[in-house]
Design a protein around this ligand. Structure first.
Ligand code: KG4
Ligand code: ZN
Length: 342
C-alpha cells in the first residue's frame, strides 16, 4: 500500500509517501519561516499564497523520491483540520485534484492526531492507549487516545498556545522568530530560578486546560520593572534576558509536564505521547523524562524533526485506510479546534 500525505495547515508545505508499514518512501518540505520571521509570526494570507507556490513542487518531489507517479498510489491523504483556513484549503484542493485525476480515494487527517501519531512512526511500538499532549504554535491540547482512530479531546488552552507564548515572549525579549528555539538558546546561559513566574492551572488537577496569557503578562510586567518596555529598544542586560528566558521556559515546561501527569492520573493511563513544535524543546524533554521516571509512565516524544509540522506524521492515514474511513470529495476544511471528527 502506498499513500501520499499532504500537510499545509500552517506555514509548512509538506508531502510524503508512506507504505503500509510506515516506511517513508519519499518526503519533501518547504518551510516559510524565513518569510514570517520578518513579521514576528505567521501571517495567514502570506502563508496561503506561499502554499500555492510550493504545493505542486513539494508533492512532485516526494513522489520523485519514492520513484512513483500519482497513478501508482492507493490513496491521497490530507490534513483538513485544524489550522489556518487559507492554508488548509490549498492542501485540500491539491489532494482532491490528485484524487479526481487518478481515481484515488481521499483520506482526511486531523493535524493534532497526526502529531501524536508521529510517536508511532518514530518508535514503531504499541503506543496505544495513551494520553496525547500536543504543544505547538497553535495548540496546547490533551487527548485520550484509545487507539489510532479513537481520539477523545480532554482539554485545550483557554487562551494562548504554548508555542505562541514562546513566540510572543521572544519578541518581548528582542529575540528572533520562531521564539521557541531562540528562547531555548538564550535560556542556556540563564538561571531558571531567577524569576518566579506563575504556573497557571497546575493547582487544578481535575481541569484539563492550559492558560499561558497570564504567564506572558507576568513576563511583560517583570520586564517593565527591570528595563524599558519599548521592546524594540529594550535596555536589559544580556544576563537578565537569559534569566527571563530560562525562568519563562521553566514555567511553561512545568505547566506542560504537570498537566500531562494530571491527565495520566485522570485517565488511569501509563503512556504519554507528545508531539508538536514545543516538544522539540530540550528542557521540556528533560523534565518530561524526569517525570516519567518519577511517576513511572512510558514516555514517547518524537524526534525534533517529527515534532514540528511535517507530512510523515500523516502516516496515520494508514490506520484510516485499514478501517475503511475514506472522505467524500466534498470534504471541507475545519479550521477550528473544538470539533474532532473520526
Ligand atoms: O508544530 P509546529 O511546527 O507548528 C504548529 O502547528 O504550530 O510548532 C511551531 C511552534 C512555534 O511556536 C515554535 O516557537 C515552537 O513550536 N518551537 C519550540 C521549539 N521549536 C519550535 N518551542 C520551544 N522550544 C523549541 N526548541
Ligand atoms: Zn502542528
Amino acid at each position: 500500500m502506498k499513500i501520499l500525505t499532504i500537510e499545509s495547515s500552517c506555514d509548512e508545505t509538506a508531502a510524503a509517501v508512506v507504505d503500509g508499514n510506515r516506511n517513508v518512501l519519499g518526503a519533501s518540505l518547504a518551510s516559510q519561516i524565513d518569510t514570517h520571521r520578518l513579521y514576528g509570526g505567521v501571517v495567514p494570507e502570506i502563508a496561503s499564497r506561499q502554499h500555492l507556490d510550493a504545493i505542486l513542487p513539494v508533492v512532485s518531489e516526494a513522489l520523485k523520491e519514492a520513484n512513483l507517479s500519482p497513478g501508482d498510489l492507493d490513496a491521497v491523504a490530507v490534513v483538513n483540520e485544524p489550522g489556518l483556513a487559507g492554508s488548509l484549503l490549498v492542501g485540500l484542493s491539491a489532494a482532491k485534484a490528485l484524487c479526481v485525476a487518478n481515481n484515488l480515494p481521499l483520506i482526511a487527517i486531523n493535524h493534532l492526531q497526526a502529531h501524536i501519531y508521529a510517536c508511532k512512526v518514530a518508535f514503531d511500538e504499541n503506543i496505544f492507549p495513551c494520553v496525547g499532549l500536543i504543544v505547538s504554535g497553535g495548540h496546547s491540547s490533551l487527548y485520550r487516545c484509545s487507539g489510532p482512530i479513537d481520539f477523545t479531546p480532554l482539554g485545550t488552552t483557554i487562551d494562548d498556545a504554548a508555542g505562541e507564548a514562546f513566540d510572543k515572549v521572544a519578541a518581548m525579549l528582542g529575540l528572533p522568530y520562531p521564539g521557541g528555539p531562540s528562547i531555548q538558546k538564550a535560556a542556556e546561559k540563564g538561571d531558571p530560578k531567577a524569576f518566579d513566574f506563575p504556573r497557571p492551572m497546575l493547582h487544578e488537577p481535575e481541569r484539563m486546560q492550559f492558560s499561558f496569557s497570564g504567564l506572558k503578562t507576568a513576563v511583560r510586567y517583570k520586564l517593565m520593572g527591570v528595563g524599558k518596555v519599548d521592546y524594540a529598544d529594550m535596555q536589559i542586560s544580556e544576563q537578565t534576558r537569559a534569566d527571563v528566558a530560562a525562568s519563562f521556559q521553566e514555567a511553561v515546561c512545568d505547566c506542560l509536564v504537570g498537566k500531562a501527569v494530571q491527565a495520566l492520573r485522570l485517565c488511569k493511563m501509563k503512556t504519554l505521547c507528545v508531539g508538536g513544535g514545543v516538544a522539540a524543546n530540550a528542557r521540556f524533554r528533560e523534565k518530561a523524562l524526569d517525570a516519567a521516571e518519577r511517576f513511572r509512565f512510558k514516555l514517547y516524544i518524537a524526534p525534533p524533526k517529527l515534532c514540528t509540522d511535517n507530512a510523515v506524521m500523516g502516516a496515520i492515514a494508514i490506520e484510516r485506510y485499514a478501517a475503511g474511513l475514506f472522505a467524500d470529495l466534498d470534504l471541507d476544511i475545519s479550521p477550528g479546534l473544538v470539533r474532532d471528527k473520526q
